[in-house]
Ligand binder design. Structure first.
Ligand code: AMP
Length: 118
């Protein structure tokens, strides 16, 4: 069973923010911003590549509820999902990072110079 499935099953503790029948939101253990929450489906989905439109349709309002609960819906936030090796996905259970609570930085995401690929 994967790490996040164990969190869903409460075999590993988490610091939850919001929960529904289908989804769980909890604080990231290694936050990259003042607010850094992970949103996951309770069923195991490997990554964004495998998620169904039906799950995404339900996940979208859930993520907005998380932003509301975290107090960042109006101030703004970023939603990221890392996919696969180049995406830097470490946990192979679909999760959306919800980041906010301060102005977020934006820069090059790769060591390679983007202009080399134009
Ligand atoms: P990713 O690199 O997109 O797969 O992100 C995985 C995220 O899971 C990282 O930001 C980790 O800090 C976070 N993480 C790993 N283990 C835990 C845990 N037990 N509880 C909360 N967050 C975790």
């Amino acid at each position: 069973m994967c790490l996040f499935c164990k969190i869903v099953n409460k075999e590993i503790p988490s610091n939850p923010v919001h929960e529904s029948d289908d989804f769980l939101a909890f604080h990231d253990i290694n936050p990259k911003a003042p607010v850094h929450i992970l949103v996951i489906p309770k069923i195991h989905v490997d990554s964004f590549n495998e998620v169904t439109p039906e799950t995404m349709a339900k996940m979208t309002p859930f993520i907005k509820e998380v932003a509301e609960k975290a107090g960042i819906k109006t101030s703004g936030y970023r939603v990221i999902t890392n996919v696969g090796e180049d995406g830097g996905q470490e946990v192979k259970h679909l999760h959306f990072h919800v980041l906010g609570g301060a102005p977020l930085k934006w820069g090059h995401f790769a060591d390679a110079d983007p202009k080399d690929f134009l």
